[in-house]
Design a protein around this ligand. Structure first.
Ligand code: KG4
Ligand code: ZN
Length: 340
């Protein structure tokens, strides 16, 4: 089954053609990051306008790179939640139009489910059940993936997402948006024991995260050194901060895996490209857990992952009609048409 998949939840206009959920025939991503950089973060209205301009060309390119026309496509999948509402609506309306005009089924896809599904492309044999650490710019979740469309969140951030925590700390050090990527590179040459960072304490669920205290600590450290006229050892601060954030993510994830008896562990989302997170998990999982992480090019937002998850949503009967709407927030556990 060939799915044409569309993604426009944030600042990437993306489309792909994916066969049977695992085989990527094309994957085109048009990034707006250079424009949002000027403002230090994503400006929602600009994002929507750029999606509107780019979407026809990106979808055309995805079809031609896959050597397909609409006739060779069996269904259209689209990210419908969560994300920036204006941005999502561009993709949803475009996908609706295509599905109506070409008379193909329309498959709505949850953005975080698609991040998880990027692993089905990178690891052809991977199947649920597994425990997944989903870490992106907007979310930090520990998710029990019981089946392809049956998921339960058992840990979440109480404040900032991991990606947001990296981006905001980076910004305080003058690193341009999205600073997480650059902070990771700079941290490689720093001393991660140069500065001690607070260990966040979260009351209630033992698997929940909190990053706002860590982020404030690093911002205060920078400001206080600036006020005293001291130098800012950026690489050491990046390394110490990255070590602290990654420590929280891996500690909670591995504790949950032990407690719940999962043996297969998976990561997903933009932050799963972080080099320390990847090294740390590889080291701590060796001989104890089977670890799967997406190829780096599939960690950020893309259309291929939407096509992968779209396939399993279709098999589960989760299609939509022409009244499909977008949603800025939506729990990962919610299935369209299932009444859950
Ligand atoms: O999943 P994603 O592409 O978009 C959302 O759904 O939010 O994640 C983007 C986030 C940004 O905050 C970006 O700074 C972060 O992922 N990110 C990283 C790295 N690469 C991307 N954070 C830390 N280290 C990286 N190597
Ligand atoms: Zn994303």
């Amino acid at each position: 089954m060939r799915i044409l998949a569309i993604e426009s939840s944030c600042d990437e206009t993306a489309a792909a053609v994916v066969e049977d959920g695992r085989n990527v025939l094309s994957n085109i991503v048009a990034s707006q990051v250079e424009e949002h950089k000027l403002y230090g973060g994503v400006v929602p209205e600009i994002a929507s306008r750029r999606h509107a301009e780019a979407i026809v060309g990106v979808v055309d390119e995805a079809l031609s790179a896959a050597d397909c026309t609409l006739d060779d496509i069996d269904a259209v999948a689209v990210t419908y939640a969560p994300g920036l509402i204006g941005a999502l609506l561009v993709g949803v309306n475009f996908a609706k139009g295509l599905s109506l005009a070409a008379d193909k089924p329309l498959i709505p896809v949850h953005h975080l489910r698609s991040h998880i599904a990027s692993n089905y492309i990178s690891h052809k044999k991977l199947k649920p059940p597994f425990l997944c650490l989903v870490v992106s710019g907007g979310h930090s979740h520990i998710v029990e993936v019981r089946d392809y469309t049956d998921m339960k969140v058992i840990g979440r951030t109480r404040d900032d997402a991991a990606g947001e925590a990296f981006d905001k700390a980076a910004r305080a050090m003058g690193i341009p948006y999205p600073g997480g990527v650059e902070l990771d590179k700079i941290a490689e040459s720093g001393d991660d024991s140069a500065f001690s960072m607070p260990k966040p304490h979260v009351d209630g669920s033992e698997y929940d995260f909190s990053f706002s205290g860590l982020k404030t600590a690093v911002i205060n450290l920078i400001h206080s050194r600036e006020q005293k006229g001291e130098d800012i050892p950026v690489a050491d601060i990046c390394a110490s901060y990255r070590r602290a954030v990654v420590g929280c993510l891996t500690d909670n994830f591995l504790k949950a895996a032990f407690d719940l008896g999962y043996t297969t562990l998976v990561t997903a989302g933009g932050v799963s490209a972080n080099s320390l997170l990847r090294r740390e998990l590889e080291e701590r999982c060796r001989g104890r857990f089977d670890l799967y992480m997406p190829d780096k090019y599939l960690c950020g937002d893309n259309g291929a992952m939407v096509g992968a998850q779209g396939y399993y949503e279709y098999l589960a009967g989760h299609t939509a009609g022409s009244d499909l709407n977008a949603a800025a927030t939506l729990p990962i556990s919610e299935n369209i048409n299932s009444g859950k």
